[in-house]
Design a protein around this ligand. Structure first.
Ligand code: NAP
Length: 247
């Protein structure tokens, strides 16, 4: 129970990678607040599963692309938990298209959720962690943010932006006992990848040296490590969990 007495916020904790992260943090003893956009049922189910592991858990509807919603949600978590030690910026969407046909509103929507949402949440927890002189911020980026990806100008830009944000926050807060790192997953089996056309999935699989998709639990295990005391001297890093996809 390496995370007992810690309080975590996981954005997009209702499904997929975020759900696995919320449950792994709970398994290691952290109380967890799950932020979700639309799927109340999935969020409540994750919340109940976390409680069954013996921790406190909350599910809060919060569209992270709206600053006022983020302010309200963090206020609520502070009221319920009293403190926030761990923030996982995991909420994300994709709106794929080749740049030539990508609608400007789809570029904005992906930047608003995947990048600005993380900025808004960090902005809210920054003073809390700074005062506590302890904190862990983990941003879920993507291999696409490192290598680029045809058809994902919006997504790759947002995920690359998250890396710049991670390193900046790491530098600003390093002297305060707060670390900030990014995880760059490769191809992980969730609703996000399930909806891809079969041909694209096959092509992606053929480029992964380990010849399989990752599991949400692969990302959760690293997140829990980064959230713990054992990772206290590790900051500003981007760690790929991709089966060797982008070496
Ligand atoms: P997913 O299964 O589609 O789940 C996305 C999660 O984000 C859901 O919990 C969703 O909430 C939440 N969300 C979306 N928009 C939101 C908003 N505006 N405000 C709050 N929550 C919002 O996706 P996933 O595959 O688990 O991906 C999780 C993260 O990993 C994303 O940042 C994604 O870009 C990144 N990633 C995924 C892969 C992959 O292969 N799957 C690879 C690299 C990086 P609702 O349930 O309410 O919709």
């Amino acid at each position: 129970m390496t995370l007992s007495k810690k309080h975590a916020v996981v954005s997009g904790g209702s499904r997929g990678i975020g759900r696995a992260i919320a449950l792994e943090l709970a398994r290691q003893g952290a109380n967890v607040a799950i932020l979700y956009a639309g799927s109340a049922e999935a969020a409540n189910e994750t919340c109940e599963s976390a409680k069954a592991l013996g921790v406190e858990a909350l599910a809060l509807r919060c569209d992270v692309s709206q600053y006022s919603a983020v302010e309200e949600a963090i206020q609520q978590v502070k009221l319920d938990f009293g403190k926030i030690d761990i923030l996982v910026n995991n909420a994300g969407i994709n709106r794929d298209a080749l740049l030539l046909t990508m609608k400007p509103e789809d570029f904005d929507a992906v930047l608003d959720t995947n990048l600005k949402g993380a900025f808004y949440l960090i902005k809210q927890v920054y003073p809390i962690m700074m005062r506590a002189r302890w904190g862990r911020i983990i941003n879920i980026s993507s291999v696409a943010g490192i290598t680029g990806n045809a058809g994902q100008a919006n997504y790759a830009s947002a995920k690359a932006g998250l890396i710049g944000l991670t390193k900046t926050v790491a530098k600003e807060l390093a002297g305060r006992g707060v670390t900030c790192n990014a995880i760059a997953p490769g191809f992980i089996a969730t609703d996000m990848t399930d909806k891809l056309p079969e041909k694209i999935k096959e092509a992606a699989l053929s480029t992964i040296p380990m010849k399989r998709m990752g599991r949400p639990e692969d990302i959760a295990a690293l997140t829990a490590f980064l959230a713990g005391d054992g990772a206290g001297y590790l900051t500003g890093q981007v760690i790929q969990v991709d089966g060797g996809l982008a070496m």
